[in-house]
Design a protein around this ligand. Structure first.
Ligand code: SAM
Length: 245
């Protein structure tokens, strides 16, 4: 509990990028060295350990605490867990210490930081927060592919694959370029939706971008829908402009 004259610490949401420690920003690295308590989501076995691998050289002398974010859609369970995680962070802030929450990619893009932030703000509305942007998975993927995400008059949509083919079809109907995150769970129908679109589309899938075991598929038509890719996989699909290279 915070005493009346004790200043509460600041919560830092820190994006650690897609996997390559060299893609951590200088600001993130500096904060990780300074902040006494660091938290990371353990929503999937991978996410915690990958975030930890990325930051380990900056946090050698301190513990990185796991916050379990359950992979369920049950609202009651989710709210209970988010509240319990929020209270752990608030306890640190109330001791006058700064706390960092690290997430893969960017903290405000499909990230557990959004849920944590909302829950903490409900309990402590005046909490002081600073967010440090991170290089997203799809910016890193576009770089690995040397692929332009969007240019000139083109539009770009970022969508989750969690609802399957219908989101993907809708996105491809309304945008020139589409990034599909979280393709792993409903992969067969997403791949089918992409491949059944007309021939004016080209795309790529990348798994474990910037990490050991990275794989890149440039020809989606030859991919096997029956083999589920791993959690860290995304697709980028582009409407061909018809202009020469
Ligand atoms: C919860 S979202 C996290 C997005 C992250 N905040 C960002 O800014 O990229 C998880 C999804 O991001 C994508 N992702 C994250 N890191 C990745 C990587 N290194 N390689 C490929 N996809 C990745 C995958 O689609 C994965 O299912």
């Amino acid at each position: 509990m915070r005493s009346a004259n004790q200043k509460r610490g600041t919560l830092y949401g820190i994006g650690v990028g897609p996997g390559d420690p060299e893609l951590l920003t200088l600001k993130a690295a500096r904060l990780l060295e300074r902040i006494p308590v660091i938290f990371a989501a353990s929503s999937s076995a991978n996410e915690y350990s990958i975030a930890f691998e990325i930051i380990k050289e900056y946090v050698s002398d301190k513990r990185v605490e796991r916050l379990p974010f359950p992979m369920t859609r049950d609202k009651e369970i989710l709210e209970r867990e988010w509240r319990s995680n929020a209270l752990k962070v608030i306890e640190v802030l109330d001791q006058g210490k700064d706390a960092g929450f690290v997430t893969l990619g960017d903290p405000l893009t499909y990230s557990t930081f959004g849920y944590l932030l909302k829950t903490i703000r409900r309990i402590v509305p005046d909490v002081h927060v600073e967010t440090v942007p991170g290089i997203t998975s799809y910016h890193a993927a576009a770089s690995r592919l040397n692929m332009v995400l969007a240019e000139a008059h083109e539009t770009l949509l970022i969508v989750p694959g969690t609802e399957g083919a219908k989101t993907v079809r809708k996105a491809m109907e309304s945008s020139d370029n589409v990034v599909i995150l979280k393709v792993y769970r409903r992969f067969p129908e997403i791949l089918e939706a992409v491949n059944k679109a007309d021939a004016c589309w080209q795309g790529a899938m990348i798994s474990r971008c910037c990490l050991d075991g990275e794989t890149i598929h440039l020809d989606l038509e030859t991919l096997e829908g029956g083999t589920r890719p791993e959690y860290l996989s995304l697709m980028i699909v582009k409407r061909e402009s018809g202009e020469g290279a």
